[in-house]
Design a protein around this ligand. Structure first.
Ligand code: FMN
Length: 139
């Protein structure tokens, strides 16, 4: 059985709701999924999982949250080369540029980015379906 880590940061709960949906999608497709606050994840946990979903909203100016999420992500990304990864997160006033930059960065680091999902604020029905789908893709 495939084991999926869903690692996220969320300030106001929108990306957290997406994390729950990604995990639901993975479980519905037969995997086990752990939902992990980003502060509790580090490179030494990578070997415990077969696939990874990372969630972080657009913060700063089209950036990843730099207090907790980015330090964790900077540490784990080099160790994830070749691994199956999906990216997700919520945004509000721009058009999702932070996710394009994030995907580009991850691909340049050699990650196998299978898909990404963005949601404007709280995930609506379409975004919820997409979150479930990327969970299933990782299963
Ligand atoms: C400090 C701060 C910076 C933000 N920067 C951006 C941004 O650059 N682009 C954007 O579209 N939304 C930006 N937002 C909006 C958040 O991405 C949006 O509210 C999102 O739904 C928050 O997700 P969360 O509930 O998981 O924390 C920012 C919000 C805050 C508080």
């Amino acid at each position: 059985m495939s084991k999926v880590a869903v690692v996220f940061w969320s300030g106001t709960g929108n990306t957290e709701a997406m994390a729950d949906l990604v995990a639901q999608g993975a479980r519905a497709a037969g995997a086990t999924a752990d939902i992990i606050q980003c502060g509790d994840f580090s490179a030494d946990r990578i070997a415990d999982y077969d696939a990874f979903a990372f969630g972080c909203p657009a913060m700063g100016d089209e950036e990843l949250e730099d207090g907790e999420f980015l330090p964790m992500y900077d540490e784990v990304e080099p160790a994830l080369s070749g691994q199956k990864v999906a990216l997700f997160g919520s945004y509000d006033w721009n058009d999702g540029e932070w996710m394009e930059l994030w995907e580009q960065r991850a691909e340049e680091a050699g990650l196998n980015v299978v898909d990404s999902v963005i949601a404007k604020d709280y995930p609506d029905d379409d975004a919820a379906t997409d979150c479930m789908r990327i969970g299933a893709q990782l299963a």
